[in-house]
Design a protein around this ligand. Structure first.
Ligand code: G4P
Length: 522
């Protein structure tokens, strides 16, 4: 192995944020192909190839056709080691999806050029924003008709409130897509031409020198005009503002046809942040420090009752991991030997012997870990900053089917809540249990685990979606609670209102201007 600092500085760890169908799988696959990490396209999407069908991972995951092995992917490219973390979407959207964003140093946001900013992209974007994570934007599907590039940039500013700097600019789109004008490399990359003719370098005025068929096309002229406009009226590029998450470099391309992907990857690697220092109870921890440390951001339960084990996903934040090393779990002070560890690849899961800050490894979890736990190898058992609380949107009322099982029921809920699988609320007046989640999958996992790990059948009554708002001041008239604005306690005994809808929230605010409500995700 190279020197620790060289290893750490070669890491780039990111998540792809997007709405389902924007092209996350396709882009990931193309990136992995560049890195030689997979041999065939189609490997990432386990559901299509059926490659993962034999694994004994979570039953629910199998039913849904997603695979735990694809939740972290690693590949090497041009001296870099790149870790891509998956952020599952649609029905699989859960708090884990959000928490994954606490384990990365940057994010790649994919936007479908015809659809613009969609709901899930917005949600994930907000979390990145909250954490100041640098965001790189890939506008996909330029081989199809879509919104104009100027419209898309305007959406970035208006819907997301982030400034943008187009690193390249499309020349036409859909059937008339000719390529991209690469501002960063001062060249044109042509779509669907032979490799040897693909790149045209530009002169110092940013134009094609001499004669070229492209110059005859009116789309070329139009592009030059748009580039002029961008140069004069657009945002200036600033590496510093990119690293602070205030400016997003924007790339246009087409993942399916593998166009613009390599250019994107190379520019991304030029500007993407190295593993960052992280806040802890002992101040900022330098990733280059010799002492190993990391935190757990996700626990994947194995739903097979014969294998009660789980995998805890650890983001290494400093130093080097070596299999078999002894560490301390800061929360309990307990010593643990890290003998069973896993590294993730697109098409297999292998034992990892060594890994460094920036990498993600899977640890065999006999039930010792909780989400947010810190483990350290040094003498000082510090803890990394608590993971943020994510505002649940869906709620169910939960009871044990069999009243004789109360003890198991409470124990199960307590543990699953502590582990971060689900959020628990209690109605203030009647002390009923409500569970909150950001996605339906969390309830299904909860139900499954209560049955298999705690031997309790639960009844879950859907309460639908609600808007949860915490209260600044805990002194509140409990009579304000009703079905449209239900007052509950969270697990830390803080008071929270669950509003039936936006209308109920606004009505409440108008009637009670003195009550300060807040959303922890704002
Ligand atoms: P996701 O992981 O973000 O959900 O998206 P995914 O990559 O699965 O892509 C969603 C659909 O969009 C796929 O088509 C995919 O082929 C298509 N797609 C991705 N990138 C591009 C692109 O650059 N141009 C065009 N025209 N299409 C693109 P599908 O028909 O839903 O699935 P499949 O059967 O082709 O896999």
């Amino acid at each position: 192995m190279k020197k620790l600092s060289e290893e750490v500085l070669s890491r780039r760890t990111f998540a792809i944020i997007s709405h389902p169908d924007a092209g996350k799988t396709t882009l990931t696959e193309k990136l992995l192909l560049f890195g030689g990490a997979i041999r065939d396209a189609g490997t990432v999407k386990g559901k299509k190839t059926g490659k993962f069908a034999t694994s004994d991972w979570m039953e629910i995951e199998k039913q849904r056709g997603i695979s735990v092995t694809s939740s972290v992917m690693q590949f090497d490219y041009d001296g870099f080691r790149i870790n891509i973390l998956d952020t599952p979407g649609h029905q699989d959207f859960s708090e884990d999806t959000y928490r994954t964003l606490t384990a990365v140093d940057s994010a790649v946001m994919i936007i479908d050029s015809a659809k613009g900013i969609e709901e899930q992209t917005l949600k994930l974007f907000k979390v990145c924003r909250m954490r100041g994570i640098p965001i790189f934007t890939f506008i996909n599907k330029l081989d199809r008709e879509g919104k104009t590039p100027l419209e898309l940039l305007a959406e970035l500013e208006e819907v997301l409130g982030i400034e943008s700097y187009p690193m390249n600019w499309p020349i036409g789109m859909g059937k008339q897509f000719l390529g991209i004008y690469d501002r960063h490399h001062n060249r044109i990359e042509q779509f669907r031409v032979e490799e040897s003719e693909k790149f045209i370098s530009l002169n110092s005025d940013g134009e094609i020198e001499g004669t070229h068929p492209l110059k005859e096309d009116s789309l070329y002229e139009q592009t030059l005009e748009e580039i002029m406009l961008l140069n004069e009226a657009g945002n200036a590029f600033s590496e510093e503002r990119v690293s602070e998450g205030e400016l997003t470099p924007v790339f246009f391309g087409s993942a399916l046809t593998n166009f613009g992907v390599q250019t994107f990857l190379e520019s991304y690697l030029e500007f993407a942040p190295v593993p960052q220092a992280r806040n802890s109870t002992s101040g900022k921890i330098d990733p280059l420090s010799e002492d190993f440390s990391g935190f757990i951001f996700k626990i994947q339960a194995n739903m097979n009752p014969a294998h009660r084990d789980r995998i805890a996903f650890l983001r290494i934040c400093s130093g080097k991991f070596e299999r078999g090393m002894n560490v301390t779990l800061s929360r309990t002070g307990k010593q643990i030997k890290l003998a069973q560890s896993t590294q993730f690849m697109a098409d297999d899961r292998s034992t990892v012997e060594e890994a460094v800050a920036g990498d993600i490894i899977g640890l065999y979890d006999p039930g010792s870990y909780q989400i947010g736990d810190t483990i350290v190898s040094g003498k000082e058992a510090f803890e990394y900053e608590r993971l943020p609380l994510f505002t649940p949107e869906l709620f169910v009322r939960v009871t044990a089917k069999n009243v004789m099982k109360q003890k198991h029921f409470h124990k199960g809920i307590q543990q699953l809540v502590q582990e971060g699988a689900i959020q628990l609320f209690k109605t203030v007046k009647t002390e009923e249990y409500l569970l909150g989640a950001v996605g339906q999958l969390q309830f299904e996992v909860f139900e499954h685990r209560m049955r298999n790990e705690y031997n309790v059948e639960v009844l879950m009554e859907r309460q639908g979606s609600k808007i949860a708002r915490w209260i600044e001041n805990d002194k509140i008239n409990e009579n304000l609670s009703n079905s449209r604005s239900l007052l509950v306690h969270d697990r830390y005994e803080r008071k929270v209102f669950l509003f039936e809808n936006d209308f109920a929230l606004r009505w409440f605010q108008e009637k009670n201007p003195d009550i300060q409500l807040y959303n922890p995700m704002d």
